[in-house]
Design a protein around this ligand. Structure first.
Ligand SMILES: *[C@@H]1O[C@H](CO)[C@@H](O)[C@H](O)[C@H]1NC(C)=O
Ligand SMILES: *[C@@H]1O[C@H](CO)[C@@H](O)[C@H](O)[C@H]1NC(C)=O
Ligand SMILES: *[C@@H]1O[C@H](CO)[C@@H](O)[C@H](O)[C@H]1NC(C)=O
Ligand SMILES: *[C@@H]1O[C@H](CO)[C@@H](O)[C@H](O)[C@H]1NC(C)=O
Ligand SMILES: *[C@@H]1O[C@H](CO)[C@@H](O)[C@H](O)[C@H]1NC(C)=O
Ligand SMILES: *[C@@H]1O[C@H](CO)[C@@H](O)[C@H](O)[C@H]1NC(C)=O
Ligand SMILES: *[C@@H]1O[C@H](CO)[C@@H](O)[C@H](O)[C@H]1NC(C)=O
Ligand SMILES: *[C@@H]1O[C@H](CO)[C@@H](O)[C@H](O)[C@H]1NC(C)=O
Ligand SMILES: *[C@@H]1O[C@H](CO)[C@@H](O)[C@H](O)[C@H]1NC(C)=O
Length: 519
């Protein structure tokens, strides 16, 4: 799933697209072979010259195409090659569900090499923000309602009821500010949007690169429009066919597994890790217990602090926050210059927490205004994953406790903590219904799809290798490339896995299933 992760891990830029404020009067430069027409207009002030920004109106409810509309926003970086090099448009999703795709076109246009030279040469790169996200019409909520303090691990029925009440209030504030769109931001609707963009571009079949949640979105597209795909590379695989319990088990155990690898790395490489100690795993567990007893201050989050995060995170950090938030820090073992933090940043965060009693880096993010990017992440997931009924609180609490028990029986450090836990606990009581429940991809449809490339690291702290195998079972013509390493997604590492994705996306050549690469 994730890679809200990516959003967390990305540093060094504050470029955030403004919500679309109006339509450009400029008409489309493209000829269009559909009723959909992208308005290419000015980008937000300060955007790099090489970036183009587009908007497309689509129905909020795809089953009522003449009804109320919502606006999709996207970035584009034109192919650098000449007309004979150019293959078409390549659409990209970085993960999330609430990850802001358009930011990645902004990075690319600013000279940060997100995409390889081969992709930049052969394709116009299109970064469409899913409905509700980034430069598309946003999911909006009341920040104060959203930021209410509540536990994600209720210890008793009273705390459980309190959590469900807060979830409901959050969702109701989002419904109030977002309107009907909140009920239609599921991944199937987002996949229909991708088709509308493809038709509006009138540039041939779909070329797709989906990281993390982008693999769920790609899979949803493949189920609906298998014959309209040229190539589809899915990297860091989510499996939308799993039962809630399977999703929770497989995600929390892969997180635990990679956290142990982090401990081992620290033990053998203390200088790089930055966290010293005889027994790092014990240090971590002791910290979690201590922080649950007495939350650790996060002074950098105080509204008055002189930090980049002032006012945008909780001012104290409990053990549950540490267990939930450390997962995102494990996404990339090595830092990627200018873009991503490596494991050493987790070492630093834990060191500061222990040595300086300053847990700022581990603090849970807060919404700073009614357009926070935090909202869409949960709001989309709540429409995509089945959740228990909360009409009988006693029963619903007992079920959540059983999941918690499962987590702690297998994972002595993190328990059930994971993005899936955040979704499964955070969506209880959510006022918009599940409209795209998990299901296996339609096999008859997938027979019509071209060969699809799947990539996953063995030790991925978020999208378990299990998920990659699970999606592979649903896609008859697919090959899985395994990266024998750590971390969530591989494309941005620009190693051997990236080269295989590039060759496939450009030439359509699928690597042999079972290919294993080191980088
Ligand atoms: C328009 O789209 C239809 C169906 O997708 C296709 O058959 C036709 O060739 C397209 N026309 C042009 C001019 O591209
Ligand atoms: C296009 O550029 C490539 C190099 O990228 C070059 O080999 C080719 O001759 C060029 N074709 C035309 C028609 O200019
Ligand atoms: C948040 O709530 C928890 C219990 O749910 C409580 O222990 C903690 O002190 C509260 N924190 C703040 C900042 O109010
Ligand atoms: C709905 O939102 C408006 C502002 O957009 C606010 O004034 C009003 O109190 C909200 N109502 C509820 C029930 O949250
Ligand atoms: C320790 O970490 C540094 C920096 O990440 C790396 O260069 C070195 O190879 C590592 N050593 C071991 C034994 O892993
Ligand atoms: C934190 O880092 C400092 C050096 O930067 C080191 O001396 C200290 O032992 C570390 N503390 C912990 C708890 O790892
Ligand atoms: C680390 O501490 C744990 C108890 O918290 C213990 O089970 C484990 O054996 C210790 N490991 C080492 C290498 O001492
Ligand atoms: C706490 O840590 C944050 C993040 O490293 C830092 O910006 C801030 O200055 C620290 N605050 C104090 C009071 O040490
Ligand atoms: C609620 O669930 C509990 C536990 O499953 C059960 O004992 C109780 O009868 C249920 N209450 C109602 C009102 O159905």
């Amino acid at each position: 799933m994730k890679s809200s992760i990516l959003a967390i891990a990305f540093v060094g830029t504050s470029t955030v697209f403004a919500a679309p404020t109006g339509r450009s009067s400029k008409t489309t430069a493209e000829g269009s072979n559909s009723s959909f027409e992208i308005q290419w207009g000015p980008c937000p002030e300060g955007s790099p010259d090489a970036l183009e920004c587009g908007q497309l109106e689509v129905p909020i409810d795809w089953s009522a195409p003449e009804g109320e509309k919502t606006t999709l926003g996207m970035g584009r970086v034109k192919a650098s090659g000449n007309a004979s090099d150019r293959i078409g448009s390549l659409m990209f999703n970085p993960g999330g569900p609430g990850g802001i795709a358009s930011d990645f076109c902004t990075y690319q246009a600013s000279g940060v090499p997100v995409f390889s030279e081969a992709l930049a040469l052969h394709f116009d790169i299109i970064c469409p923000d899913p409905r509700g996200v980034g430069s598309s019409s946003l999911v909006k909520c009341d920040a104060q309602v959203w930021n209410q303090n509540t536990t994600r691990f209720p210890a008793n029925e009273v705390e459980f009821e309190q959590m469900v009440k807060v979830n409901k209030e959050r969702g109701e504030s989002c419904l109030n500010e977002t309107g009907n769109l909140l009920k239609h931001i599921d991944t199937t609707s987002a996949a229909r949007d991708i088709e509308a963009i493809r038709l509006a571009l009138d540039d041939g079949k779909l070329n797709w690169l989906g990281l993390s949640y982008g693999s769920q979105l790609g899979g949803a597209y493949a189920e609906l429009y298998p014959g309209n795909i040229r190539v589809m590379a899915l990297d860091g695989i989510t499996n939308h066919a799993q039962s809630p319990v399977d999703a929770l088990y497989t995600e929390s155990t892969t997180y635990e597994n990679v956290l142990k690898r982090f401990f081992n790395w620290c033990a053998t490489n203390a200088t790089a890790c930055g966290l010293q100690g005889e027994n790092i795993s014990k240090t971590f567990d002791d910290l979690v217990v201590a922080a649950d007893k007495s939350p650790i201050p996060a002074p950098g989050c105080e509204a008055t602090a002189d930090t980049a995060v002032a006012g945008s995170c909780q001012t104290s950090v409990a053990g549950a926050d540490i267990r939930l938030n450390v997962q995102g820090f494990l996404a990339f073992k090595e830092s990627v210059s200018g873009l991503l933090q490596g494991w050493d940043y987790l070492g630093l965060a834990l060191n500061q927490t222990i040595a300086d009693n300053n847990a700022t880096l581990l603090a849970t993010a807060l919404a700073v205004d009614d357009t926070s990017s935090l909202y869409a992440d949960l709001a989309i997931a709540c429409l995509d994953w089945l959740r228990p009924d909360t009409s009988n609180m006693t029963k619903a609490f007992a079920e959540l406790q059983e999941k918690n028990t499962m987590g702690s029986s297998f994972n002595s450090h993190v328990g059930a903590a994971s993005q899936t836990w955040t979704i499964q606990s955070g969506c209880l009581g959510w006022p918009a219904e599940v409209v795209n429940p998990q299901h296996g991809l339609d096999q008859r449809a997938l027979q019509k799809a071209p060969p699809i490339l799947l990539v996953n690291a063995k030790h991925d702290p978020e999208t378990s290798y299990t998920w990659a195998l699970g999606l592979k079972e649903q896609i008859p013509h697919s090959a899985l490339v395994t990266r024998d390493g750590n971390g969530h997604t591989s494309y941005l590492l620009h190693g051997e896995a990236t080269a295989l994705m590039d060759t496939y996306l450009v030439e359509g050549m699928l690597p042999a299933d079972g290919t294993v690469v080191e980088s």
